[in-house]
Ligand binder design. Structure first.
Ligand SMILES: Nc1ncnc2c1ncn2[C@@H]1O[C@H](COP(=O)(O)OP(=O)(O)OP(=O)(O)O)[C@@H](O)[C@H]1O
Ligand SMILES: [Mg+2]
Length: 237
């Protein structure tokens, strides 16, 4: 079994006085794609925000390579090697595609830059002809590609993708799927939050199912797909 890169251990997370995560746990292994599956409002985004430091758990720990990163601010967690691509695709609308990518450059924790502008354009061929276009003029799918490209420019150890296929046309969903597959092929460690189990089949190695803010299943993606009861109870399939 390969080493665990990221561990979420029994976190409780609140919005104000309202508790949303209850003793939520998951672990991500080096080089794997872990699907975080659950229905609308189950707590997927909240879990990712807690990992990325956007929200602070009241209880429990988040560890990166064994080091406690709970309660660290987002920029510290990003520098420590975790890139978060949120649901709402925060690109800079008034900057060109290329400038959106360039401002995200950061060496990885080993000081290396595995990802360059050239390699990102190579991986995301759709962006190359758009490099001079303003971020705000891109289609939803193009913006999604750009947010992933920006995350890669930060040379992450772990990439958090929050529902990257949401709201996209089928052809773009296919392209995002191909991209995730390619990233996994080059060894990127990915957490993929999704409502759609079908999208994760063939992309993810393992899955954690979250329901009402707690983990209710962990196993391989194929084990999950074979478990009619879990799927019926916790997923919209
Ligand atoms: N800013 C907020 N303030 C209060 N409650 C919130 C806030 N954001 C989310 N919630 C609540 O927390 C719960 C979990 O939401 P979360 O966004 O983590 O779910 P999700 O699994 O990402 O859902 P979706 O698939 O719709 O994106 C929901 O009940 C939601 O209403
Ligand atoms: Mg969400």
């Amino acid at each position: 079994m390969s080493a665990e890169v990221l561990q979420v251990e029994g976190i409780d997370v609140y919005y104000g006085t309202s508790q949303v995560l209850f003793n939520m746990s998951l672990a991500v292994r080096q080089g794997e794609t872990l699907a975080l599956l659950g229905r609308n409002g189950a707590g997927k985004s909240t879990t990712m925000k807690a990992i990325a430091g956007v929200l602070t758990p009241r209880r429990g720990q988040v560890k990166l390579r064994g080091k406690d990163i709970t309660s660290k601010p987002p920029h510290v967690i990003s520098r420590a090697g975790i890139s978060f691509v949120p649901e709402d695709r925060q690109i800079f609308p008034d900057l060109s595609v290329e400038d959106n990518l360039l401002i995200a450059i950061k060496p990885n924790t080993g000081g290396k830059k595995d990802w360059s502008l050239e390699r990102v354009y190579d991986m995301l061929p759709l962006l190359a002809p758009l490099k001079a276009r303003l971020g705000g003029q891109l289609s939803g799918g193009e913006q999604q590609m750009l947010t992933v490209g920006r995350a890669l420019m930060g040379n992450p150890d772990v990439l958090l993708l929050d529902e990257p296929s949401e709201g996209l046309a089928p052809i773009m969903v296919q392209k995002i799927g191909d991209l995730i597959e390619t990233l996994r092929g080059v060894g990127t460690t990915i957490v993929l939050a999704e409502q759609n189990l079908h999208f994760c089949l063939g992309l993810a190695d393992r899955a954690v199912v979250i329901d009402k803010g707690a983990d209710v299943f962990v196993g391989t993606i194929d084990e999950l797909n074979a478990d009619a009861e879990i799927k019926q109870r916790y997923l919209s399939v």
